[in-house]
Design a protein around this ligand. Sequence first.
Ligand code: PEP
Ligand code: MN
Length: 411
Amino acid sequence: MAIIRSIPGLVGLNVQRKKPANDNNLREAVIVKDLILAGRRAERSVIGLKDVTIGAKEIILIGGPCAVESSLQMRRSAETVKKAGGKILRGGVFKPRTSPYSFQGLGLEGLNYLVQAAKDHGLLCVTEVIDAQSLDQVVNRVDIIQIGARNMQNFELLKMVGKINKPIILKRGLSATIEEWLLAAEYVLAAGNPQVILCERGIRTYEPSTRNTLDLSAVGVAKELSHLPVIVDPSHAAGRRDLISSLSKAAIAAGADGLLIETHPNPAEAASDGPQSLTPEQFIQLAGELGVVASSVQRIFTAGRPEDTIESLRAQIDSIDQIILEKLADRMQIVRKLGDQKRLDQVKVASRQKEIVQRLVNLANELQLPAELVKRIYPLIFEFGIQSQIKSHLAQEKELELSTYYPTSGK
Ligand code: PEP
Ligand code: MN
């Protein structure tokens, strides 16, 4: 039988360590009391929805405006999300606003715009529900239901979405601890719906520079304590668009399974959350930069293919040229360091050069590049490399000479 003992040292969490029944498994599992269904398991949950899986290797991008405002706005937003490689279109139609005088959402009319735009662009869609009535109105129309931060502990609502057969994005409450957030997820699971996606969206702190403070440690902690997928919403955390790109990348590096990012065709005119909404161009550019971050943490994100206009093709060539040159500079630096470890008469090693060219010719054949390209470019690269090694040697010798003739007087 599993032995459960509490750990007073783990600050702030009502956690216990569960000694695994199987002693071969040396790692003790940390569990939060009462996370009977949401608590950590041997296998992480993967939520599958049509052709989209959340919680597997692929990073899922969700995008769209804060609030649905018009049919045109949603068509443009869907186009942006699709171009970026996003899979899910968002848009609030029932908006729980801090002020009763702020735009409260278009309701059912907005829902039609969201659903239609998603369908026309082959995207899934998600919208927030705030009560039984709104849930009833959207449940058969959208693919995913969102419970917003302000309703994270609306337990009756949690039980209601626990009875439906659709994935739920559960935002972390503005001042909720991770334990409270996971226990809110437990409510949904306990009511019968196992498809919960946790969403970290920033918590309230004393720091006024950002709307909230994005708690990236929560991604790791939630994944340690629970088997549920965790996504990150940098938009509501930062409250300002200039931070969204770096926070999104940091979220992926921290282990997030997806991103939920606000974008608007014209943020300056947005009915809500304009300052944190990315323009379509910014959203597409950011998506184009996520792939490398994802692969650096053994995940995948495939951005949409840019349209083949002359401008976009030239922009792609420019950015590839920049990468080629930066990599050449890196190579040169390593070559210099290597040279510093060799004697001057050992700088040129013909056999090594031959070996490199042979390997790259084989690679070029595989990549369907002309072998001649390698044979012409590499001798130049070797030549400049050797020159820089020689220069570096001569500079060091000169320095040595000078220090011999003019030794620094030890005072
Ligand atoms: C939203 O996603 O539109 C929203 C209101 O977010 P949150 O509940 O995190 O404030
Ligand atoms: Mn918003």
